[in-house]
Ligand binder design. Structure first.
Ligand SMILES: [Zn+2]
Length: 268
């Protein structure tokens, strides 16, 4: 009888260890599944943005790593429309690849690293040369929301002037952390920052959200240019209140166009 107490203790300890192991294995399986889902969504985001004409041979989309906020996922240097899961790499917030294996990196990866560093709430980023937005970065006409799908523009769309951060003689690219940090500061709390003579950066709370925003930024710019061309008096933009309320309701339906764009982009 006296021996049964240590025996029982050992039995309970073994049972607890087995339970811990099971929980650990389950956690690891969940993490793997989460990682895979994020990776798959990032591939789809690349394909959608290309299919919808937001990016062409250039431009990129990244996501902050769901399991480690100090890392982000971004493809190797290539056309977004051709990206597969094998092309996605992990980066730290200095813009260094963790396992480069000789692969070429996007020169402008510092857009992503510095914005993630400066803005912890941002989880996904698109950089593009989205054609209709370019005129709004080079003129004094502000890019403002003219319909509900682009209500996130109501937070204001600043213009990044690279001459202020890099002087008169740059090649317009964000090719170092200092330029990336200056761009992140100019972005502030907005969803979009225009880059004069170059393109834009769009940020979001997740991959679907940033794809929505990048797409509707392009559409809004196109339609605003049409409204300006039509003339006929002042343009009625969404008010600040309309923009805030509409942005909240639109975020609830982001999955709908994502499903449609995904099917078109993947050809199934
Ligand atoms: Zn660029």
């Amino acid at each position: 009888m006296r021996k049964s107490v240590p025996l029982l203790g050992a039995f309970l300890l073994a049972g607890a260890a087995a339970a811990l192991e099971c929980a650990e294995a389950a956690r690891s399986r969940t993490k793997e599944a989460t990682d895979q889902t994020q990776l798959d969504d990032l591939v789809v985001a690349n394909r959608i943005l290309s299919d919808q004409g937001v990016v062409d041979g250039f431009g990129h989309v990244s996501a902050r790593h769901e399991a480690d906020a100090t890392r982000f996922l971004l493809a190797r240097s290539m056309a977004p429309g051709l990206v597969t899961a094998d092309d996605i790499m992990e980066f730290d917030l200095d813009g260094s690849a963790l396992d480069p294996r000789g692969r070429t990196l996007y020169v402008e990866r510092f857009i992503h690293s510095e914005i993630y560093k400066a803005h912890p709430e941002i989880k996904a980023i698109v950089h593009s040369h989205s054609p209709s937005i370019i005129p709004f970065g080079t003129t004094s006409v502000p890019l403002r929301p003219i319909y509900h799908m682009s209500s996130f523009l109501g937070a204001g769309v600043p213009i990044f002037e690279i001459r202020e951060a890099g002087g008169l003689a740059t090649d317009m690219l964000i090719r170092d952390p200092e330029l990336g940090a200056a761009l992140a500061r100019r972005l502030g709390k907005s969803a979009v920052v225009l880059m004069r003579g170059h393109g834009d950066v769009v940020v979001g709370s997740n991959i679907q959200n940033v794809v929505w925003r990048a797409y509707y930024t392009e559409i809004n710019a196109r339609m605003l240019a049409q409204a300006i061309a039509i003339g006929g008096g002042p343009i009625m933009y969404l008010s600040a209140e309309e923009a805030v309320l509409t942005d909240a309701s639109m975020q609830r339906v982001e999955a709908r166009p994502w499903q449609l764009w995904k099917q078109k982009a993947l050809g199934r």
